[in-house]
Ligand binder design. Structure first.
Ligand code: PBG
Length: 339
C-alpha cells in the first residue's frame, strides 16, 4: 500500500471475464499475488525490567509476559537478537520508594533503565535499544509529567523530559521515544541533543498517542496503575479524533522526529494509514498491552486460535502502512517466521 504512488484503478470487466477467485485457487498463486509480508525486521519487542537478580516475574494481566531483572534481561536480549529482532523497547518498574512527586529518579545515571541499557549494550551490542521518555515510571502519582496544582504543567515537564533524555542518551540507548504527549517536547529534546553532541540520536515520537483504556495492563506491569490519580486526557489524544493526529504528527516531524508512531494499534489502523499516506515518513504502530491481553484471554477460553490471530494482526498492521510494530508477541512471531 504505502510503497507505491496512488494508483488509478481501471474498472475490471464484469463477471465472468473477471473471476476474483482465479488468483486464490492454490497457495502458490496466493503467495505470488500477496501484497504485504511480515519479516522479523518489522518487530520491536517491549520489555519490562525490575531490580534484583535472576528474577522473572509474570505480569498477571499479560499472560506470557514477564518482568526481568537486568541479568535475565541480557539473556532475553541475546535471544531476541539471535532471532533477528532489530530492537527492544525498555520499560523499568521503578521500586515504589524511588518514585516521587517530580520523578527525579529519571535523571539518575544509575537508575534501573540506565543500568539495563549499559548491561545489554556490553553483552548484546547488535540489538537496538529504545528508551521511553515520560515520567510515569518515576512519579508517585503515575502521570507522565509534573503536576503544578492539579494540572500537568507543560513547561516544567519539558525541562524534566530533556534531562531524562540526556541521561538515557548518555547511558547508550540508540533511540529515544517520547511517549509523554507534552507540546514541543520533540523540539526541546532535539535541540539539547544537538547541543550535547548526540546529533545521531534517533527520535521515535509517540506522535498520535491516544488516552486509551487499552494501556491498563501496561500500567500494572510498570507499577504505575495503582498510583495513577485521574486520567491522562489533558495530554493524550481523544480517541474520537483523526484530523488532530495529522496535526500532531506534522508538528513532531517539523520538530525533528525521525520516526512517528501511532498508539494503540489495531483499533487505530485508520490513523496509521492516514499518517503514512500524508507524510511518507517511517511510521510505526504499537500493539499495546490491552490488545495483547485480549488475544491471550480469548485464546485461553478456547475462543480464538492464538497463533493465527497473532499473525493475522501483524499482516494487518503492514497492510495499513506500518513500517514496524511494537508488540509483546515479537518473540513468538519471530520464532514462527523462522519456522
Ligand atoms: C508511558 C507509556 C504507556 C505505554 C507506553 N509508554 C502508558 C501510558 O501512557 O499510560 C503503554 C504501552 C502499552 O499499553 O502496552 N508513557
Amino acid at each position: 500500500m504505502s510503497k507505491s504512488a496512488p494508483k488509478k484503478m481501471s474498472p475490471a470487466p464484469a463477471f465472468p471475464s473477471t473471476r476474483m477467485r482465479r488468483n486464490r485457487q492454490n497457495s502458490w498463486i496466493r503467495n505470488m499475488v500477496q501484497e504485504n509480508h511480515i519479516t522479523v525486521s518489522d518487530l520491536i519487542w517491549p520489555m519490562f525490567v525490575i531490580e534484583g537478580k535472576n528474577q522473572h516475574v509474570p505480569v498477571k494481566t499479560m499472560p506470557g509476559v514477564k518482568r526481568y531483572s537486568i541479568d535475565r534481561a541480557v539473556i532475553m536480549a541475546r535471544k531476541a537478537a539471535d532471532l533477528g529482532i532489530p530492537a527492544i523497547a525498555l520499560f523499568p518498574n521503578t521500586p515504589q520508594d524511588k518514585r516521587s512527586e517530580s520523578g527525579e529518579e529519571a535523571f539518575n545515571p544509575d537508575n534501573l533503565v540506565c543500568r539495563t541499557v549499559r548491561a545489554i549494550k556490553s553483552e548484546v551490542p547488535d540489538i537496538g535499544l529504545i528508551c521511553d521518555v515520560a515520567l510515569d515510571p518515576y512519579t508517585s502519582h503515575g502521570h507522565d509529567g509534573i503536576l503544578v496544582g492539579d494540572r500537568i504543567d507543560n513547561g516544567t515537564t519539558l525541562k524534566a523530559l530533556v534531562k531524562q533524555s540526556l541521561n538515557q542518551a548518555a547511558a547508550g540507548c540508540d533511540i529515544l521515544a517520547p511517549s509523554d504527549m507534552m507540546d514541543g517536547r520533540i523540539g526541546a529534546i532535539r535541540k539539547k541533543l544537538e547541543k550535547k553532541g548526540f546529533s545521531d540520536m534517533i527520535l521515535m515520537a509517540y506522535s498520535a498517542k491516544y488516552a486509551s483504556a487499552f494501556y491498563g495492563p501496561f500500567r500494572d506491569a510498570v507499577g504505575a496503575g495503582e498510583n495513577l490519580k485521574g486520567g491522562k486526557e489533558t495530554y493524550q489524544m481523544n480517541p474520537a479524533n483523526g484530523d488532530e493526529a495529522i496535526r500532531e504528527v506534522g508538528l513532531d516531524i517539523s520538530e525533528g522526529a525521525d520516526i512517528v508512531m501511532v498508539k494503540p494499534g489495531m483499533p487505530y489502523l485508520d490513523i496509521v494509514t492516514r499518517v503514512k499516506q500524508e507524510f511518507s515518513v517511517p511510521t510505526f504502530a504499537y500493539q499495546v498491552s490491552g490488545e495483547y491481553a485480549m488475544f491471550q484471554a480469548a485464546a485461553k477460553e478456547g475462543m480464538l486460535d492464538l497463533d493465527k490471530t497473532m499473525m493475522e494482526s501483524m499482516i494487518c498492521f503492514k497492510r495499513a502502512g506500518a513500517d514496524a510494530v511494537l508488540t509483546y508477541f515479537a518473540l513468538d512471531i519471530a520464532k514462527k517466521l523462522k519456522g
